[in-house]
Design a protein around this ligand. Sequence first.
Ligand code: ADP
Ligand code: MG
Length: 247
Amino acid sequence: MIALENVSKAFGARAVLAPTTLAPAQGRTIVLLGPSGCGKSTLLRLMVGLVSPDSGRVLFDGQEVTPANVEQMRHRIGYVIQEGGLFPHLDSAGNVTLLAGYLGRDRAWMEARVSELCALVRIPRELLQRYPRELSGGERQRVALMRALMLDPEVLLLDEPLAALDAITRRQLQGELKEVFARLAKTVVLVTHDLHEAAWFGDEIALMRSGSIVQRGSLSDLLARPADPFVTEFVRAQRADPRLAAA
Ligand code: ADP
Ligand code: MG
Protein backbone atom coordinates (compact mmCIF):
# COMPACT_ATOMS: atom_id res chain seq x y z
CA MET A 1 0.00 0.00 0.00
CA ILE A 2 2.62 2.47 1.16
CA ALA A 3 6.32 1.94 0.60
CA LEU A 4 9.61 3.73 1.03
CA GLU A 5 12.34 2.87 -1.47
CA ASN A 6 15.80 3.99 -0.39
CA VAL A 7 14.37 7.13 1.09
CA SER A 8 16.79 9.45 2.87
CA LYS A 9 16.45 12.84 4.51
CA ALA A 10 18.74 15.51 5.88
CA PHE A 11 17.87 18.79 7.51
CA GLY A 12 20.65 21.16 6.53
CA ALA A 13 23.91 19.34 7.02
CA ARG A 14 22.34 16.89 9.43
CA ALA A 15 21.39 13.44 8.08
CA VAL A 16 18.21 12.44 9.89
CA LEU A 17 17.29 9.34 7.90
CA ALA A 18 19.81 7.11 6.11
CA PRO A 19 18.54 5.46 2.88
CA THR A 20 15.65 3.35 4.14
CA THR A 21 13.42 0.81 2.44
CA LEU A 22 10.21 -0.14 4.18
CA ALA A 23 6.95 -1.58 2.91
CA PRO A 24 4.50 -2.27 5.72
CA ALA A 25 2.48 -5.41 5.02
CA GLN A 26 -1.16 -4.83 4.20
CA GLY A 27 -3.54 -5.28 7.11
CA ARG A 28 -0.74 -5.64 9.63
CA THR A 29 0.71 -3.39 12.31
CA ILE A 30 4.33 -2.38 12.15
CA VAL A 31 5.82 -0.46 15.06
CA LEU A 32 8.67 2.02 14.69
CA LEU A 33 10.55 1.85 17.96
CA GLY A 34 13.57 3.80 19.11
CA PRO A 35 14.92 6.51 21.35
CA SER A 36 13.90 10.13 21.05
CA GLY A 37 15.48 11.87 18.05
CA CYS A 38 16.23 8.71 16.05
CA GLY A 39 13.98 9.78 13.17
CA LYS A 40 10.65 8.01 13.84
CA SER A 41 8.44 11.05 13.29
CA THR A 42 10.41 12.05 10.21
CA LEU A 43 9.89 8.60 8.72
CA LEU A 44 6.14 8.91 9.28
CA ARG A 45 6.09 12.43 7.82
CA LEU A 46 7.86 11.12 4.72
CA MET A 47 5.19 8.44 4.39
CA VAL A 48 2.38 10.95 4.49
CA GLY A 49 4.16 13.39 2.17
CA LEU A 50 4.63 16.21 4.68
CA VAL A 51 8.39 15.94 4.20
CA SER A 52 9.84 15.22 0.78
CA PRO A 53 12.72 12.77 0.44
CA ASP A 54 16.21 13.90 -0.62
CA SER A 55 16.71 10.60 -2.39
CA GLY A 56 14.60 7.55 -3.13
CA ARG A 57 10.87 7.29 -3.71
CA VAL A 58 7.70 7.07 -1.71
CA LEU A 59 5.10 4.85 -3.33
CA PHE A 60 1.41 4.71 -2.58
CA ASP A 61 -0.65 1.96 -4.14
CA GLY A 62 2.23 1.33 -6.56
CA GLN A 63 2.46 4.96 -7.71
CA GLU A 64 5.20 7.39 -6.88
CA VAL A 65 4.04 10.20 -4.65
CA THR A 66 4.58 13.56 -6.33
CA PRO A 67 3.50 17.14 -5.55
CA ALA A 68 0.69 16.62 -8.07
CA ASN A 69 -0.88 13.61 -6.37
CA VAL A 70 0.15 14.02 -2.72
CA GLU A 71 -3.10 15.72 -1.70
CA GLN A 72 -5.16 12.90 -3.17
CA MET A 73 -3.01 10.31 -1.42
CA ARG A 74 -3.32 12.06 1.92
CA HIS A 75 -7.08 11.56 1.90
CA ARG A 76 -6.44 7.83 1.89
CA ILE A 77 -4.15 7.96 4.91
CA GLY A 78 -5.22 8.52 8.50
CA TYR A 79 -2.51 10.35 10.40
CA VAL A 80 -2.39 11.25 14.06
CA ILE A 81 0.52 13.54 14.88
CA GLN A 82 2.50 13.25 18.07
CA GLU A 83 0.43 15.69 20.15
CA GLY A 84 -2.91 14.67 18.63
CA GLY A 85 -3.05 17.90 16.67
CA LEU A 86 -6.71 18.77 17.19
CA PHE A 87 -7.62 22.31 16.18
CA PRO A 88 -8.32 24.24 19.41
CA HIS A 89 -10.85 26.61 17.83
CA LEU A 90 -13.09 23.81 16.58
CA ASP A 91 -15.20 21.58 18.80
CA SER A 92 -14.58 17.84 18.60
CA ALA A 93 -17.30 17.22 16.02
CA GLY A 94 -15.84 20.05 13.94
CA ASN A 95 -12.43 18.47 14.13
CA VAL A 96 -13.68 15.02 13.15
CA THR A 97 -15.74 16.22 10.18
CA LEU A 98 -13.54 19.07 8.93
CA LEU A 99 -11.96 17.32 5.96
CA ALA A 100 -15.10 15.41 4.97
CA GLY A 101 -17.01 18.71 4.99
CA TYR A 102 -14.34 20.37 2.91
CA LEU A 103 -14.53 17.53 0.42
CA GLY A 104 -18.26 18.07 0.17
CA ARG A 105 -19.37 14.78 1.65
CA ASP A 106 -23.06 14.30 2.20
CA ARG A 107 -24.38 15.51 5.62
CA ALA A 108 -26.34 12.35 6.33
CA TRP A 109 -23.35 10.22 5.47
CA MET A 110 -21.17 12.27 7.84
CA GLU A 111 -23.73 11.92 10.65
CA ALA A 112 -23.85 8.17 10.24
CA ARG A 113 -20.09 7.87 10.01
CA VAL A 114 -19.58 9.94 13.18
CA SER A 115 -22.01 7.72 15.11
CA GLU A 116 -20.23 4.63 13.87
CA LEU A 117 -16.86 6.02 14.96
CA CYS A 118 -18.18 7.09 18.37
CA ALA A 119 -19.15 3.48 18.98
CA LEU A 120 -15.81 2.23 17.68
CA VAL A 121 -13.65 4.43 19.91
CA ARG A 122 -16.19 4.39 22.78
CA ILE A 123 -16.98 8.08 22.98
CA PRO A 124 -20.48 9.32 23.88
CA ARG A 125 -21.95 11.36 21.03
CA GLU A 126 -22.60 14.41 23.30
CA LEU A 127 -18.94 14.67 24.13
CA LEU A 128 -18.22 15.78 20.57
CA GLN A 129 -19.71 19.18 21.38
CA ARG A 130 -16.70 19.88 23.57
CA TYR A 131 -13.58 21.72 22.52
CA PRO A 132 -10.25 19.88 22.77
CA ARG A 133 -9.29 21.82 25.92
CA GLU A 134 -12.45 20.50 27.59
CA LEU A 135 -11.42 16.88 27.09
CA SER A 136 -9.17 14.59 29.12
CA GLY A 137 -5.98 13.36 27.47
CA GLY A 138 -7.54 9.98 26.73
CA GLU A 139 -10.67 11.55 25.23
CA ARG A 140 -8.55 13.83 23.07
CA GLN A 141 -6.69 10.84 21.66
CA ARG A 142 -9.98 9.06 20.93
CA VAL A 143 -11.23 12.13 19.05
CA ALA A 144 -7.93 12.41 17.16
CA LEU A 145 -8.33 8.75 16.16
CA MET A 146 -11.91 9.39 15.01
CA ARG A 147 -10.69 12.27 12.88
CA ALA A 148 -8.01 10.06 11.33
CA LEU A 149 -10.56 7.32 10.58
CA MET A 150 -13.34 9.56 9.27
CA LEU A 151 -12.68 8.97 5.56
CA ASP A 152 -12.03 5.26 6.12
CA PRO A 153 -8.35 5.44 5.12
CA GLU A 154 -6.47 2.42 3.87
CA VAL A 155 -3.45 3.20 6.02
CA LEU A 156 -3.26 4.51 9.55
CA LEU A 157 -0.14 6.30 10.81
CA LEU A 158 0.01 6.99 14.54
CA ASP A 159 2.84 8.97 16.10
CA GLU A 160 3.21 8.12 19.80
CA PRO A 161 -0.57 8.17 20.22
CA LEU A 162 -0.51 7.21 23.90
CA ALA A 163 2.73 8.78 25.10
CA ALA A 164 1.14 11.72 26.90
CA LEU A 165 -1.33 9.63 28.93
CA ASP A 166 -1.14 8.45 32.53
CA ALA A 167 -0.32 4.76 33.05
CA ILE A 168 -3.87 3.54 33.70
CA THR A 169 -5.50 5.40 30.79
CA ARG A 170 -2.65 4.30 28.60
CA ARG A 171 -3.08 0.64 29.48
CA GLN A 172 -6.81 0.85 28.83
CA LEU A 173 -6.38 2.59 25.48
CA GLN A 174 -3.69 0.11 24.45
CA GLY A 175 -6.27 -2.65 24.89
CA GLU A 176 -9.00 -0.82 23.01
CA LEU A 177 -6.76 0.38 20.22
CA LYS A 178 -5.53 -3.13 19.52
CA GLU A 179 -9.14 -4.31 19.22
CA VAL A 180 -9.83 -1.45 16.80
CA PHE A 181 -6.85 -2.42 14.65
CA ALA A 182 -7.94 -6.05 14.60
CA ARG A 183 -11.49 -5.11 13.70
CA LEU A 184 -10.62 -2.69 10.91
CA ALA A 185 -7.80 -4.83 9.45
CA LYS A 186 -6.00 -1.72 8.21
CA THR A 187 -2.32 -1.29 7.57
CA VAL A 188 -1.03 0.47 10.67
CA VAL A 189 2.31 2.14 11.30
CA LEU A 190 2.61 3.06 14.96
CA VAL A 191 5.48 4.99 16.53
CA THR A 192 6.54 4.53 20.13
CA HIS A 193 9.67 4.74 22.25
CA ASP A 194 8.28 2.09 24.59
CA LEU A 195 9.38 -1.51 24.12
CA HIS A 196 6.36 -3.03 25.87
CA GLU A 197 3.96 -0.97 23.77
CA ALA A 198 5.85 -2.02 20.64
CA ALA A 199 5.56 -5.68 21.57
CA TRP A 200 1.87 -5.28 22.43
CA PHE A 201 0.87 -3.73 19.10
CA GLY A 202 3.45 -4.88 16.61
CA ASP A 203 3.06 -7.79 14.22
CA GLU A 204 6.53 -6.56 13.48
CA ILE A 205 8.91 -4.15 15.22
CA ALA A 206 11.42 -1.96 13.38
CA LEU A 207 13.99 -0.78 15.90
CA MET A 208 15.65 2.49 14.91
CA ARG A 209 18.78 4.25 15.99
CA SER A 210 20.20 7.54 14.66
CA GLY A 211 18.27 7.54 11.41
CA SER A 212 18.55 3.86 10.54
CA ILE A 213 16.46 0.76 11.07
CA VAL A 214 18.83 -1.48 13.03
CA GLN A 215 16.63 -4.56 13.12
CA ARG A 216 13.17 -5.76 12.10
CA GLY A 217 11.32 -8.65 13.64
CA SER A 218 9.29 -9.71 16.65
CA LEU A 219 10.34 -8.97 20.21
CA SER A 220 11.60 -12.55 20.48
CA ASP A 221 13.75 -12.00 17.37
CA LEU A 222 15.25 -8.91 19.00
CA LEU A 223 15.89 -10.86 22.19
CA ALA A 224 17.18 -14.07 20.66
CA ARG A 225 19.09 -12.74 17.67
CA PRO A 226 20.07 -9.11 18.27
CA ALA A 227 21.53 -7.65 15.08
CA ASP A 228 23.71 -5.20 16.96
CA PRO A 229 24.80 -4.58 20.58
CA PHE A 230 22.48 -1.52 20.55
CA VAL A 231 19.48 -3.86 20.30
CA THR A 232 20.44 -5.70 23.47
CA GLU A 233 21.25 -2.47 25.23
CA PHE A 234 17.93 -0.87 24.24
CA VAL A 235 15.93 -3.92 25.32
CA ARG A 236 17.79 -4.31 28.58
CA ALA A 237 17.37 -0.64 29.48
CA GLN A 238 13.61 -0.92 29.10
CA ARG A 239 12.91 -4.36 30.47
CA ALA A 240 13.52 -3.63 34.11
CA ASP A 241 14.52 -0.53 35.94
CA PRO A 242 17.24 -1.71 38.31
CA ARG A 243 16.46 1.17 40.69
CA LEU A 244 12.94 -0.24 41.14
CA ALA A 245 14.06 -3.87 41.30
CA ALA A 246 16.31 -2.99 44.22
CA ALA A 247 13.53 -1.29 46.16
P1 ADP B 1 11.85 11.06 16.79
O1 ADP B 1 10.45 11.18 16.33
O2 ADP B 1 12.42 9.69 16.68
O3 ADP B 1 12.03 11.60 18.19
P2 ADP B 1 12.37 13.05 14.76
O4 ADP B 1 12.08 12.37 13.48
O5 ADP B 1 11.34 13.99 15.27
O6 ADP B 1 12.77 11.98 15.86
O7 ADP B 1 13.70 13.87 14.62
C1 ADP B 1 14.91 13.30 14.19
C2 ADP B 1 15.97 14.37 14.16
O8 ADP B 1 15.68 15.30 13.13
C3 ADP B 1 16.06 15.16 15.45
O9 ADP B 1 17.41 15.42 15.71
C4 ADP B 1 15.32 16.44 15.12
O10 ADP B 1 15.82 17.51 15.87
C5 ADP B 1 15.61 16.61 13.64
N1 ADP B 1 14.52 17.28 12.93
C6 ADP B 1 13.26 16.85 12.77
N2 ADP B 1 12.52 17.69 12.02
C7 ADP B 1 13.35 18.71 11.70
C8 ADP B 1 13.19 19.92 10.93
N3 ADP B 1 12.03 20.23 10.33
N4 ADP B 1 14.27 20.72 10.80
C9 ADP B 1 15.44 20.40 11.37
N5 ADP B 1 15.66 19.29 12.10
C10 ADP B 1 14.63 18.45 12.26
MG1 MG C 1 8.76 11.86 17.31
